[in-house]
Design a protein around this ligand. Sequence first.
Ligand code: FRU
Length: 539
Amino acid sequence: MKTRFYTGIVFCAIFGFLLIQCQDMSNETETLAKPELYQERHRPQFHFSPKEKWMNDPNGMVYYQGEYHLFYQYYPDSSVWGPMHWGHAISRDLVHWEHLPIALYPDSSGYIFSGSAVVDWNNSSGFGTPEEPPLIAIFTYHDVKGEKAGTNTFQDQAIAYSIDNGRTWTKYDGNPVIPNPGIRDFRDPKVIWDPESEQWIMVFAAGNQVKIYGSQNLKKWRHLSDFGEEYGSHAGVWECPDLFPLWLEEEQKHHWVLLLSINPGGPNGGSATQYFVGDFDGRQFVLDERFRTAVEKSKTGAEQAVWLDYGRDNYAGVTWADVPKEDGRRIFIGWMSNWDYAKVVPTETWRSAMTCPRSLTLRPTIAGPRLVQNWVDELKTLERVSSEIPPTKVSNTFDLIDQGPDEAVQSHVELKMKILSEDVSSFGITLFSAAGDSYILGYSIADGHFFSDRRKAGDHSFSDEFASEKHVGPHLLAGDTMNFDILIDRSSIELLADNGSLALTELFFPTSDFNRVTFFSHGGEVEVSGSLKKVASIW
Ligand code: FRU
């Protein structure tokens, strides 16, 4: 009897224990259950982001046989920066992306830092055949051992080639192609074929300058000139240059544009991209006279710069190589983050996304040619439900979008504004979340600038630098009308204003998704009209 009793007790105890364990486990699987891929909180729905882990600069952008290649600085073992690889994705339409295996791994020569890629159409390198031209990737080797040992020669330029449409890559055994002469920051090569001087041209950042090299075969390079010591902002390290021609219809000529990223020292702090407009004669980049006054030191010695984007979150952007002549576009993409806080932003499985691809053109101004940005037309293929806003007079607020509590705003918002009263002090849009967060993007007439205010837009506890103040950008066109062309994608907003002359790209991390957007006008009446389109997810 006794034994039976004890057996009973033991049985109950074991059963009870197992029951508790099972419950525990089910709780555990509940809490550990990962949200579905691409459904994670804050995950952009129509911007490129890696499936998982850390990403920074876009690299090696080249178009070949119907595919836009996008490589990127990638660390597959963590969602914080580490030994750099080149991640890889391709797209046929610049909006849908297919992830491919890692293209370049670090090796005994170092990490694979930023760089570019080109189609070697005439097989000048000899790695392919003229019938099947090779793709050549040009990148920086970053030798951590050398860096730790305190040398200044730990970065140099190297190449790799692919003869299977970029699917697999072989590093050149004659690397480096440009060894480091003793310059600490010596990186981020961008290559273009210059048909005028019939040579490959490479630009890369070297200390406080851009170095320009020329080559016939992508293996042997000759130093041609340097640019930039006396121009633009030098408040931080120069990185990721890009040099390319753009046709200016009104002047019936090509001008050359030099993009140059700088960290820190951006107009609103941290990383940002400045640019220069000039000419290139196959050897030297010379500033357009009209542009020079905008980027040379002022009489007081203050540095001046012209910025590609005034937001905090568009860095290290460059343009695609080999977009077919019939297409003719110069297409740009940037890394939508900032080194001030990129490593600590509150996303879980992945870190960082790219901007929406933008097509770059030049427009004439009295101060000389300036860049204009537009979303690539392919974005339209994602636009779904569309509604028009007829001209509406607003003297307080006006509802634009209301998604209901469970749906995040994922929209293309185009607005035209006419200022009807002299008393208007500011106008713009506010994004609201059900959790009580708000984000404001607008124009202040009193201050004469655009502004982005993410101070109440949700979580910014991860960094003091994320939302300490409003971020502002200049208004470049005169008149009493204005236009906003805005993309909102869960945790980012990109504004193109003044017909694409002003860009402002910013991140935010609302406590619950922004699901409502209103237009506001303070102080007086503004007439607003435009269109609202939902943008479909690409995943
Ligand atoms: C720019 C940059 C580049 C460098 C890369 C390293 O964001 O610092 O200069 O090549 O990132 O990941």
